[in-house]
Write a protein that binds this ligand. Structure first.
Ligand code: F6P
Length: 320
């Protein structure tokens, strides 16, 4: 392999830059040319493609977001857009591609790989919703950002003796809510994987108040099928507690990546280079325990998500 391309696609995540840096420097170290494709599949279709050097990725390891920028491309899903994208890979003589993104971005990679171009997928999403890997790049930073927000909200909630519903991202996956809820000492964590029980939420809040609790934090994942405001209204109506709403939204998707995310991104990025260098077919790179692993790209995306109910039970036990 002489020349590889790299793109980031879908929602950005902290650590994507560290992964780009690892792929760029790893490729150059292994005597391969590396081309950066801007704005994901949109930029591929438009031919926004530039060769990257060692210094192109200086001073980015600590930055959130993605220096290549990103997009959600519907054009790429259409035959004409897809053909143009494939023509661009050929025009630039790109023989292998690294795609950093979530499920949808990697599925785009599967479509490309079926034409014979090997694609290596790196899991770049805050959602932690890819079944084949224990953790995705950006998840840890996002959880830490939510923890910092919980701390701030707790201060003012105690002063005013309020309850607060904090809505976090994660699409259909409850991991950001679960990890930040457990580590932030939330009274209640609501995730899409577990059915909502409004009676038990209200009972717990009242019992806490009766024990002298000055505030309550309820973490709700965005995938739970009730809005944060509707939930707050029901809680106020049924408990009499003043309940505020904070939707953290994009705050939890930006910011400097944690050391853990930078490490994950650097290790996964370099594995992607090794896989292409060694002539592998399309693979998805992940982490299992402390080991960096790789699976057939399409098989990885078809793995069934396994929800870790033990963490939810622990969050419940520790928040009695
Ligand atoms: O997949 C990352 C994510 O931030 C999800 O948690 C969220 O549901 C979605 O992207 C938001 O997408 P957009 O940036 O298009 O609003």
């Amino acid at each position: 392999m002489k020349r590889i391309g790299i793109l980031t696609s879908g929602g950005d995540s902290p650590g994507m830059n560290a992964a780009i840096r690892a792929v760029v420097r790893g490729s150059i170290y292994n005597k391969m040319e590396i081309y950066g494709i801007e704005r994901g599949y949109e930029g591929l279709i438009a031919g926004d493609i530039k060769e990257l050097s060692v210094s192109s990725v200086s001073d980015i390891i600590q930055r959130g977001g993605t220096m290549l920028r990103t997009a959600r491309s519907t054009h790429f899903m259409e035959p004409e857009g897809f053909k143009r994208a494939m023509d661009m890979l050929e025009n630039f003589e790109i023989e292998g591609l690294v795609v950093i993104g979530g499920d949808g971005s990697m599925r785009g990679g599967v479509a490309i790989s079926k034409t014979g171009v090997p694609v290596i997928g790196l899991p770049g999403t805050i959602d932690n919703d890819l079944a084949y890997t224990d953790f995705t790049i950006g998840f840890d930073t996002s959880v830490n950002t939510v923890l910092s927000a919980i701390g701030n909200i707790r201060d003012t909630s105690s002063s005013h003796e309020r309850s607060t519903v904090i809505e976090v991202m994660g699409r259909n996956c409850g991991d950001i809510a679960l990890y930040s809820g457990l580590c932030g000492g939330a009274e209640t964590v609501l995730i899409p994987e577990v059915e909502l029980n409004i009676n038990s939420i209200c009972r717990k809040l009242i019992q806490g108040k009766n024990r002298g609790k000055l505030h309550s934090i309820i973490i709700k994942a965005e995938g739970v099928p009730v809005s944060a405001q509707e939930l707050a209204d029901v809680i106020t109506e049924r408990t009499g507690l003043e309940t505020k709403v904070v939707v953290l939204a994009y705050i939890q998707r930006g910011g400097t990546p944690t050391g853990r995310d930078r490490m994950l991104a650097s290790r996964m990025g370099y594995r992607a280079v090794e896989l292409l260098r060694d002539g592998n077919d399309s693979r998805a790179v992940g982490i299992k325990g402390s080991a960096i692993v790789d699976y057939d790209l399409e098989e990885a995306l078809n793995m069934e998500p396994v929800y870790d109910s033990a963490i939810n039970e622990l969050a419940e036990i520790l928040s009695i």
